[in-house]
Design a protein around this ligand. Structure first.
Ligand SMILES: [Cu+2]
Length: 137
């Protein structure tokens, strides 16, 4: 799979590296979807991811999946995170059951195979542009 990472500026520029990811294909009536990738911090200082943006959705937020037992029942869910820290030399995996980027309020239905551009925003002002294919998984 071909992938592209374009760094737009800020301190995160030298530090953050994204490895191939994907956006989940959802039925046209569904207005939210999820994006997955792995973020690596190759710098010597922590990186704090604070969110993102994309032209295809109203909002991009950081979510974590959880699994809890409540009254004997296993409950699966997700909740938003204000930020996510990536330690120096560390990596954070966005994958089902762990973290994802929530693309909320899709402005149009996405098609399988199309490429979605996502700009990840870091607290230091850095921006990381990633291009992810839409896939049915
Ligand atoms: Cu979510």
């Amino acid at each position: 799979m071909r992938w592209l990472v374009i760094l737009l500026g800020g301190l995160a520029l030298a530090q953050a590296v994204a490895t191939p990811g994907w956006v989940r294909l959802v039925p046209p009536v569904v207005k939210d979807t999820t994006a997955y990738l792995t973020l690596e911090n190759r710098g010597k200082t922590p990186l704090r991811l604070v969110g993102g943006e994309t032209e295809v959705a109203e909002r991009v937020s950081i979510h974590v999946d959880y699994r809890e037992t409540r009254g004997g029942q296993v409950v699966l869910g997700m909740r938003p995170l204000a930020y996510l820290d990536i330690p120096p030399g560390g990596r954070v995996e966005f994958r089902p059951g762990k973290y994802h980027l929530m693309l909320e309020g899709l402005k149009r239905p996405l098609k399988a195979g199309e490429k979605v551009t996502l700009v990840l925003k870091f607290q230091d002002g850095g921006r990381l542009k990633v291009i992810l294919p839409v896939e049915m998984r």
